[in-house]
Design a protein around this ligand. Sequence first.
Ligand code: ADP
Length: 614
Amino acid sequence: MPPSFLPITPTLSTAHSGIPSRLLPKATHAKNLIYNGKTVPDAAPLRRGLPVPQGISKTAFLVAIEELRSALGPDHVTLNDKEVKNGWYMEHPNTHDMMPLFDSEEFIASAVVYPGSVEDVKLIVKWANKHLIPLFPISIGRNLGYGGSAPRVRGSVTIDLGRRMNRILEINADDFTCLVEPGVTFYALHEEIQKRGLGDKMWIDTPDLGGGSVVGNTLDRGVGYTPYGDHWACHSGLEVVLPSVGDDGDVSVFRTGMGALGVGGENTWQCFPYGFGPYNDGIFSQSNFGIVTKMGMTLMPNPGGFESFMYTFANESDLAPLIEIIRPLRISNILENVAQLRHGLQTLSVKGHPRTNYYNGSGPMPDPIIRQHLRSTATGECAWVYYGMSYGPAHIRGHKLSIIDNEFHRIPGCKRIDPATLPADEYFWSRDRIASGTPDLEELKWVNWMPNGAHAAFSPVSPIKGADAEKLYGLAKRRHGEQGLDLMPAFCVGLREMHLIVEIVYDGTDMGMKKRVEKCLRDMIDDAAALGYGEYRTHLALMDQVAGTYNWNDNALMKFNNTLKDALDPNGILAPGRCGIWPKRYRNRGWELKGGETSTEGAGVAPIAGESKI
Ligand code: ADP
């Protein structure tokens, strides 16, 4: 239900999370498409009132919030006691999952706090330990498909780090590194590099959409599409606020790697990630052990030229032989970036039209219908589309591209699509921009496949082997068929492994459909685990199940994580349940989600984990 007038999308000049002005026309178009697809009002009053977290009365909670307000300033703490407003990608909520797999008042915050400094973050941690109130840190909160900005525990207080801590602290044009605060988006970093006249010299690596933060995406181990696509591997140095209060009544802040040096560590902090002693950074990614307030990142030198290419493959059965061809090319770096092998249906869905434009039947869209519609696209009829990029000067690219061309043509029916034949608005050019480090806004369009479009992903990792691709594709196809859902898989090929990303697009207001989506996701996770595959990342609702599949040697990994959690966060205040790691206060009280639940809450929390230090 589009409102008669849609306000203009904020740009980077007015909001840290805004769109670069160069993308404003695209944002206006995308926003119109999204709002045209909304069949219910964008905002609804909270049906269940203020979501107070378990373990504290409403009165005590409100007193605690007043205390936080007077410490930080009244503008820097807001209660979430009025409405659920979804918005869209560029104007997303920071209180809940705007693409809820459950009821929209399940994964929801009670309040949002906006720290302006590391000292503020420490103060918030102290406050949470005093009142035993769960916190949930976000940088931007655009982790859509994996829970967005939502906390795992209903009623947590969200720490929106990005709103006031969003400085680019350094761009080092000699070392090709930068140091950023949590609220720096890929859009903002890219624009700043251009503004400083460094755009010809250095690139950033960006995910499909550029609105997420460099810190949040990296901590959740997101990927991009230049040779620097593994963001976690490319970061160097963290500054972390720990979640507990020490015997001295203070909250600890420490720096990893060279940043830990007593004097002068800044000069090598972003150049050498390890420092001396145990490499601790890993425990702060996909975890709930600390709040990251600064992060270093490497930047890529301009390779002196680039050239995107695209091949189509005619048959579904080409998948396994093609993956066998891709593996040696990728490992030897002839295929240089995290390339994508996408199902033909995605070529249709990324055009941004609703599914009903193509097909009105129930169940997965039949293959002949997909092929029939593909015939009239620039891509043409096919089963798979490969998007890649070659880097370097022309003579070097030419050498690599001819090897790729010869190898890919070993698959009968393989076609190279000449980019010169593709119009400027063809999706190919979005991949071209992304793989050359320019953040875009195109990928969002497939969300319009369904009214009130929402999405959640199944993201298993496997070796780059044809047999593995076939098994994963086969199980995804079977489970989608059982639940009557369209299957849109993409294989993202890393150096030694590939991520299969299956995004299921659903109507966020259709409870029946959401139940089918959840069942499909859970069945795929179990099927994959039985075959020896695990997910690299998952939605809040699925974290317990996925964590449960990493159960080698009687759950030794989770026992270790629990030991760390108890040591670092004895009161269990930081992001309880994130990545399946539950603090002692919550353990064995029914908080884990295993499937079929209608509530995300367990039966209470233990009063106090240990002696309160405050
Ligand atoms: P993005 O900035 O890409 O939108 P989010 O802010 O949604 O990403 O963060 C992704 C995930 O990483 C969240 O679940 C969040 O809990 C965690 N996270 C994000 N920023 C921080 C941070 N600064 N410290 C600790 N955890 C964080």
